[in-house]
Design a protein around this ligand. Structure first.
Ligand code: NAD
Ligand code: DAU
Length: 329
């Protein structure tokens, strides 16, 4: 199995999950170790994984690795919306050219491909409605990040239809858990509290996200690899929707701080209002159920992980906050 982006948040957790639950796989990770990649995230499984530093846009390297694989699981991406608003270029390169490079290699070598994507390709939902995204929802991305992910999904679908590539796709909602970069919402607020900073809420904090534990996401990916229908898209989501304000207050409560001890900062331009996935297809066809059915418990465990693993996140914290300060957030 070739895992791209395996030194990032979800990819590293996927490698850990695979070693734990699917020891039949021999795993190779291809990762460029951008600011978001951390070699240390794979340290606990180093004896079980071959790590190749490199770029998914490097066609010769990708070809040689794909030629030696039975299956490719593609996590590598530029993943942070705020960064894409500041500088979209790496997003276009990695998310579009990188995915194209992988698709060409799996086409040449007849290798099974699974593409990891996001519900942000659908744009957003109104705050005052109960509807959810489905596999039939039209694409309507808002940010450079989501536009490049939408483009990468369309490339995968075209390579299935035109070239018969054996690919599946999944679009998950927001993930939480260990090894997530401190630029992202939950780790940023938790590590702010741990370093004596106040949590920062964009705008009024009414925006809603659907939170899925990273192990539940990765369990779904394995089900799709085993039983998913080629060419199909599967939406993944726990069903647990929360406003950003509710989450900041819950983090503060779980960390024994006053629940109003946070700052409002200027809103993200074009800020998507609400995400929610209808995961009926995954649940009925493949029998997926989230194991982390209490967000509060999953969040408490995630807070404990950041408390215990300062060595992992501390080196990135200062630079991340400096770049937020430059954005006024
Ligand atoms: P991340 O930013 O934590 O990790 C991305 C990884 O990709 C890093 O290790 C980085 O070094 C690597 N990478 C970046 N550019 C590369 C390149 N050109 N060549 C090789 N490696 C490169 O991202 P994440 O949050 O783990 O997201 C992983 C995937 O899941 C992405 O495709 C993202 O769109 C998708 N996704 C994320 C979430 C979420 O909540 N984080 C939800 C749904 C889908
Ligand atoms: O839905 C899936 C997507 O979830 C993934 O495709 C993306 O890769 C991933 O980054 C995530 O995107 P979001 O933009 O939803 O995640 P982020 O962690 O950046 O922010 C979550 C919410 O919190 C969002 O409404 C913005 C808000 N926010 C974020 C930060 C960093 C704050 O209020 N304060 C903050 O400091």
């Amino acid at each position: 199995m070739l895992v791209t982006g395996g030194a990032g948040f979800i990819g590293a957790n996927f490698v850990h999950y695979t070693v734990r639950h699917h020891p039949e796989y021999r795993i190779r990770v291809l990762d460029a170790l951008t600011y978001a990649g951390n070699r240390a995230s794979l340290a606990p499984v180093d004896d079980r994984v071959a790590f190749v530093p490199g770029d998914i846009c490097d066609a010769a390297l990708v070809d040689s690795l794909v030629a030696d694989a039975d299956v490719v699981v593609h996590f590598a991406a530029e993943s942070h919306v705020d960064n894409s608003l500041r500088d979209p270029e790496p997003f276009v390169r990695t998310n579009l050219i990188g995915t194209f490079t992988l698709l060409e290699a799996v086409r040449r070598h007849g290798v099974r491909f699974h593409h990891i994507s996001t519900d942000e390709v659908f744009g957003d939902l109104p705050l005052d409605a109960t509807g959810k995204f489905t596999e039939q929802t039209a694409y309507d991305p808002s940010s450079p990040y989501s536009a490049t992910k939408a483009g990468s999904d369309l490339l995968v679908r075209a390579w299935v239809r035109s070239y018969g590539v054996a690919a599946t796709l999944s679009n998950c909602a927001n993930n939480y858990g260990p090894f997530q970069h401190v630029e992202k919402f939950i780790p940023r607020q938790v590590t702010n509290v741990l370093t004596g900073e106040r949590p920062k809420l964009y705008g009024t904090g009414v925006n809603v996200r659907e939170w899925t534990h990273v192990d539940d996401h990765n369990a779904a990916v394995h089900l799709i690899l085993r039983q998913g229908r080629i060419g199909e898209t599967y939406l993944i989501g726990s069903g647990d929707e929360r406003s950003n304000r509710e989450i900041v207050e819950l983090i503060l409560a779980l960390m024994d701080r006053p629940t109003d001890g946070y700052d409002h900062v200027p809103d993200r331009p074009g800020h998507d209002l609400r995400y929610a996935n209808d995961s009926t297809r995954l649940r009925t066809e493949l029998g997926w159920r989230p194991r982390f059915d209490s967000f509060r418990d999953g969040l408490a465990a995630t807070i404990d992980w950041y408390r215990a693993n300062e060595w992992w996140w501390k080196p990135q914290k200062q630079a991340t906050e400096e770049s937020y300060r430059r954005l006024g957030r």
